[in-house]
Ligand binder design. Structure first.
Ligand SMILES: CC(C)(COP(=O)(O)OP(=O)(O)OC[C@H]1O[C@@H](n2cnc3c(N)ncnc32)[C@H](O)[C@@H]1OP(=O)(O)O)[C@@H](O)C(=O)NCCC(=O)NCCS
Length: 188
């Protein structure tokens, strides 16, 4: 059973490793091989350390009692000003061997809570069109908002934005699953 907590600076390397492992497991055929081959643990660690120094409250990890950090995500203000969803999930990755047991949903809940605490009620996430992770976002009540090529590692890749107009419904479902009453409508 993993716990979800705010990330610390010393998690940067574990986060970088998970990012590289999941990219290489998820994106063959969707991103050019050389992008996947050229990923560097040193560079990614340094980039995550920099993000964590500036915005530690926007990065959350799932920690397994024996394995350590097994998933992470980060969030913040929406970066594409063309739609009126104010928050954005920037990344969400769970180690391939530990996908499908609820870690992603728990991380999304923590990221939505963080967005809510910083004043957001709506959010979107970009997902590469060919990535089956989009069904995960649909399962969590996300609706397709738009699609267009987005730059991934410098390459334009066709992607879909999934949005939640009011993500409190997703948080409400988490509370219900713990047996707590909420006034929110059910998600799907
Ligand atoms: C997408 C991802 C974060 C989901 O995390 P996860 O821990 O595997 O998902 P969960 O176990 O919390 O699943 C929550 C629900 O979504 C469903 N779900 C998850 N992935 C799914 C998929 N690919 N297709 C359909 N349903 C899916 C689960 O069955 C579960 O449904 P339930 O509530 O009825 O039980 C994870 O699979 C992952 O890291 N994928 C590779 C990296 C990636 O693509 N990240 C997203 C980049 S935008």
């Amino acid at each position: 059973m993993s716990v979800v907590r705010q990330a610390r600076l010393e998690d940067a390397q574990a986060i970088a490793k998970i990012e590289i492992d999941t990219w290489r497991a998820t994106y063959p055929g969707m991103l050019p091989d050389r992008v996947l081959l050229n990923m560097s643990e040193r560079r990614q660690t340094s980039s995550w350390a920099s993000f964590l120094r500036h915005r530690p409250e926007d990065v959350w990890v799932a920690q397994h009692p024996h394995i350590g950090v097994i998933g992470f995500g980060n969030c913040g203000a929406q970066r594409d000003g063309t739609v009126d969803y104010t928050g954005e999930i920037y990344t969400l990755y769970v180690l391939p061997d530990l996908q499908g047991v609820g870690v992603g949903r728990a991380l999304m809940g923590a990221l939505f809570q963080r967005l809510e605490a910083s004043g957001h009620r709506s959010a979107l996430v970009w997902v590469v069109r060919g990535n089956p992770a989009r069904f995960f976002y649909e399962r969590l009540g996300g609706k397709q908002v738009m699609h267009r090529p987005i730059p991934v590692a410098g390459q334009p890749v066709e992607a879909i934005a999934y949005g939640w107009r009011n993500f409190s419904a997703v948080l409400g479902r988490r509370a219900r699953s713990r047996g707590e009453p909420t006034g929110d409508p059910p998600v799907q």
